[in-house]
Design a protein around this ligand. Structure first.
Ligand code: ATP
Ligand code: MG
Ligand code: FE
Length: 340
């Protein structure tokens, strides 16, 4: 099974060919970060236009690099949501056109199912499995009792982790997207600023980042008013430690409570070195099997969309050419219908 997958939900235009949901034959990514940096964040209208500029070239190169004739493709997959509606539409229109022209089935894919199944590109997943999703727009604990079946255990009540990283980075003077800068600075810091942890109710798997974000902004302002400089590393480390401590603790508790056989880390913030290290160390000491995708499959890419599309391919659930962009598509609702 050869799936040509397309991803345009935010600011990466990506196309990939994935064999049997696991083997990446090609994975092309055109990032728009340089364009959006001048605005300090993603500008939806600009993102759509940039997708239009790159999509055809990405598709052509993905098929060429995969080295298989277009007629041999089994299906065309595309992110249908969640994401920016105008950005999603560009990928959906391209995928529909191809599916129609080549007379191949179309598969609409949930973006977060893609982030989760990026883990399947490297290794087999053991079920029941717990996914910790940490990305620019999502912070969730998702239980999969079986393959392709998603149950939301907890989610952020305000900011997503990636979003909080980007806001803190901006307050510390870094360009967009600032997550990687905060990560690096935190790793170099000699000490950590004292910052709060948002545990919420004792049995809750939800997250909250806005209080921590406000605490960071207050601390930055106080240091500035006192005319102090050089405070940035301690804040970065304090912020990162607070985020990581809560994420690791709740993820481990969720694994235990559900009898999950594996923990899957995914989403753009899975690239965070501090989080990878802390979660790896904790999972070793707890005897929990942990999967983390390689860096290239953590941030947005089409290979992960091809991996998730394979679930629907196996259960024979295809989308019609009437497929629409769904900016707030539900993950649970996207679960596969039948047992694979
Ligand atoms: P979603 O997947 O929820 O729709 P998205 O696709 O915009 O959102 P991703 O591309 O998965 O998000 O991840 C981007 C986010 O990851 C950004 O907020 C970025 O700052 C963050 N990020 C990337 N690398 C790191 C890092 N090393 N440390 C912390 N955050 C990081
Ligand atoms: Mg992105
Ligand atoms: Fe994403």
């Amino acid at each position: 099974c050869f799936i040509l997958a397309v991803e345009t939900s935010c600011d990466e235009t990506s196309a990939a060919v994935v064999k049997n949901g696991t083997e990446v034959l090609s994975n092309l990514i055109a990032s728009q970060i340089e364009t959006h940096r001048a605005f300090g964040g993603v500008v939806p209208e600009v993102a759509s236009r940039k997708h239009v500029e790159s999509i055809t070239r990405m598709l052509e190169e993905a098929v060429r690099e995969a080295g298989i004739p277009p007629e041999s493709l089994s299906a065309i997959a595309v992110t249908e949501g969640p994401g920016l509606v105008g950005a999603l539409l560009v990928g959906i229109m391209a995928a529909k056109s191809l599916a129609f022209a080549l007379d191949k089935p179309l598969i609409g894919v949930h973006h977060i199912a893609g982030h989760i199944y990026a883990n399947h590109l490297m290794e087999d997943i053991l079920y029941p499995s717990m996914a910790l999703v940490v990305s620019g727009g999502h912070t969730e604990l998702v239980l999969m009792e079986r393959e392709g079946c998603f149950k939301l255990l907890g989610h952020t009540r305000d900011d997503a982790v990636g979003e909080a990283y980007d806001k803190v980075a901006r307050a510390l003077g870094f360009p967009y997207p600032g997550g990687p800068y905060v990560d690096k600075l935190a790793g170099e810091a000699a000490e950590a600023e004292e910052l709060p942890r948002a545990w919420l109710e004792p049995d809750s798997y939800d997250f909250s980042l806005s209080g921590l974000k406000s605490a960071v902004l207050n601390a930055v302002n106080q240091h500035r008013m006192r005319g102090k400089d050089g405070y940035q590393p301690a804040i970065a480390r304090g912020f990162q430690e607070s985020v990581i401590e809560v994420l690791v603790e709740k993820a481990v508790r969720a694994v235990r409570a559900t009898g999950s056989r594996q923990l899957l880390l995914c989403g753009g913030v899975a690239a965070n070195r501090g989080l990878r290290a802390a979660l790896s160390e904790r999972c070793v000491s707890e005897g929990i099997s942990l999967l983390i995708p390689p860096l290239a499959y953590c941030t947005d890419n089409a290979a992960m969309i091809g991996a998730a599309a394979y679930l629907k391919w196996k259960s024979g659930e295809f989308s019609s050419l009437g497929l629409k962009a769904e900016p707030s598509l539900s993950l649970e609702g996207w679960s596969v219908q039948s047992d694979n």
